[in-house]
Structure formats: C-alpha cells, structure tokens
Design a protein around this ligand. Structure first.
Ligand code: PLP
Length: 355
C-alpha cells in the first residue's frame, strides 16, 4: 500500500504527472527534443522571475550545488551555515578543494544581513553560498535583505540553494540579483527525484569561462554552449523532462500567486497547530512556508509516531534531521498538497498522540 508523503522531500507526486515518465522516448539530438527543452525553459523563466538561462542537471540538488562552487568561485567562498544543508554546501566546497570558510551560527537562528556584511567587508571573498529554506530546521533566511548587502560588493556572487522553497514561494531571481539559484525537483515542484534546475546570471557565465576548470560533467561553459541550441552536453533524464514540462504547465495553470498563497495558508495552519500542541524549532519570524519543524516539547517517541502513521494510516512524516532527531519532527506542506489533506493529517496525529 502506498504511503502518502508529507516528508520534506521527496514529496507526493500526482498520478497524472507520474504517467508522463512513461512517454515514449525521443532522441536528445532531435527537433522534438529541442521543442521540449525550449518549452521547459520558457516556463522555468516565468516561475523564477528571470531572464537568465535555466540549466537542467541530471542529478539531485547536491550535484547542482557542486556545480555552483566549482564553476563560480575564483578567489574564496564564504559558506553561510545554519543547518544541515548549508553545512553540506561547505563540505562540498571543501571536498572540491575550492578555497572557503564557513560562517556558522546556531541552527535555530536566521542569518542576518549585518552578519553577512561583516564577513564580506574583509574583502576575502568573491562568492557566498546561502540556503534559502533550511529543510533540516524549517527556517527561511531573509534572502531579500541578504541579497541587498551582497549587491553592494560587486565582486561577490550570490549562490543560493532554494531546494525546498522553489515552486512553493516566490524566488525573485533578477530583482535579488541571484547569480546561481538551484533546486531539485523532488521537493516543492512535486516531481520524482532525479533532476535539478538552476538559473545562472550572465556575469556568472562569464566568470565560469575564466575560473580554472574543475571537473567535466558539471562544466557551465559546456552546458551553456549546448543550451543555446536547446540541448544538453550529454544524454539528459528525458523521462523526467516530460514530467517537468507537464508539471510546470500545471503550476502556471494554478497561477503562481495562487500557488504561493496556498503554501502560506498551509504553513499558517500547521504552525498554529504546532504552537497549540508543541512548539516550533526555529526563532519566530523566520518560519518556513513549505515545512514546519516542530519541537517535541511533550517528549513523545517520534519514531513510534512515524511508524504508527505509516503502518496504520499510510501517511509518512519525517523525524528531525541529524542531531535534532527525536527532539523535533517535520511536516512538509509543499508541492501539490492541499489544505484539507494537511488538516486530515493533523487530526490523525492528534488521535495517535492523544493531544
Ligand atoms: C533536499 C535538500 C538538499 C539535497 O538534495 P538532494 O536532492 O538529495 O541532493 C539540499 N538542500 C536543501 C535545502 C534540501 O532541502
């Protein structure tokens, strides 16, 4: 029996979107492929409020994070860390022998523009990595304010992991001058895992031509060359592209403002519920719109709750991430999930945990 996913990735995928994966194969050097690619491109630009090219990566989000730091850091990268995924970005940067420093704060606190300013003032950096929505803690960093600070340092590129936010909240790519903004499609896009997308600024593409080459598969100059012909350097995940194209059409048909408003509403309902029965992990004012990380103030067994939901109700939520496992649990309210489904889930948790 299928267990309905309320996890912050992968998320539940609609049956009609799943069916797109079984579209008969086309050849990746054919005109039909070029049409598919161009169709996806136009819709992604709308979703991301950008004129920049949006590249497709045949990998999960982590691969696109790696592409950002290997292609776009010339001098030294500042990794802003306040959760597991921003920490991962520091590890990726280090693993690729790209010069970098981590600036770390408590996981339940948001990064502030002043903190970023203080680091950039040192003049050491020409790139900074930021996670928009920390999926490990349910915290959303104030990206608009941080982007204003970064824009005051013309040499510094802003590289953003928007994995669990993109397609659930507005990403104002051009207004915020994001040089690289990426997401895997198994989160708020509500697609099967295996594909990532990233919008890349013109100046970032220009720098990527001069940064010493670090790797082959994720070379932005190669990707850009093919992109201009509506192609990819190697064989992409064509089945996923059919699904992405269809789902982008669904997203635009729902209406971007409507979609973002639905996410806000679901967040409000879950967060009010969490405040009533437990508490919320990150500091107030920075709660995510796409998932809630709930503090286990009642000391219940989260593992048992998760198993009970899965085995008796076919519903799956997530435990806390890494060091905050059992101390917290997470409910995703993103993708195609509707308010009534969320309300149903909360009722079941109330019954099981006797709230
Ligand atoms: C899920 C997630 C990732 C890692 O994604 P993969 O697709 O598993 O590589 C990175 N960053 C954030 C914010 C995430 O939510």
């Amino acid at each position: 029996m299928h267990k309905r996913l309320f996890t912050p990735g992968p998320t539940e995928v609609r049956a009609d979107v799943l069916k797109e994966l079984s579209t008969p194969q086309i050849h990746h050097r054919s005109p039909e492929f070029g049409e598919l690619y161009a169709g996806i491109q136009a819709k992604l630009k709308q979703l991301l409020f950008t004129e920049n090219p949006v590249f497709l990566f045949t990998c999960s989000s982590t691969g696109a994070m790696e592409a950002a730091v290997t292609n776009l850091v010339g001098k030294r990268c500042l990794n802003l860390v306040n959760g597991a995924f921003s920490k991962r970005w520091h590890e990726i940067t280090e693993a690729n022998a790209v010069p970098c420093d981590a600036f770390s704060i408590d996981w339940n606190k948001a990064l502030r523009p002043e903190m970023v300013e203080e680091q950039l003032e040192t003049g050491k950096y020409d790139a900074v990595t930021l996670v928009l929505n920390e999926t490990s803690t349910g915290l959303m960093n104030p990206i608009a304010d941080i982007s204003e600070v970064v824009a005051r340092y013309p040499e510094v590129f802003l590289l953003v992991d928007a994995v669990s936010g993109m397609a659930g909240v507005k990403i104002d790519t051009d207004a915020w001058k994001l040089d690289f903004v990426l997401a895997g499609v198994q989160k708020a896009f509500a697609l099967p895992a295996g594909l990532a997308v990233a919008a890349v600024s013109e100046r970032a593409l220009a720098r990527s031509e001069h940064v010493p080459p670090r790797g082959y598969y994720f070379s932005l100059p190669n990707m850009y060359k093919q992109h201009k012909k509506n192609q990819t350097p190697s064989t992409p995940a064509i089945p996923h592209m059919f699904a992405l194209n269809a789902q982008l059409a669904n997203i635009l048909a729902e209406g971007l403002e409507e979609r973002f408003a639905r996410h806000e509403k679901m967040a409000e309902v879950v967060q009010n519920w969490a405040k009533r029965h437990f508490d919320i992990y990150p500091e107030e004012g920075y709660w995510s719109k796409t998932l809630t990380c709930i503090r286990n103030t009642r000391g219940i067994s989260i593992g048992e709750l998760i198993n009970n939901l899965a085995n008796n109700y076919n519903l799956r939520i997530a435990n806390g991430y890494g060091p905050i496992k059992e101390k917290t649990f997470r409910i995703a309210h993103m993708g195609d999930t509707q308010l009534d489904e969320i309300e149903g889930l909360l009722k079941v948790i109330e019954t099981i945990a006797e709230l």
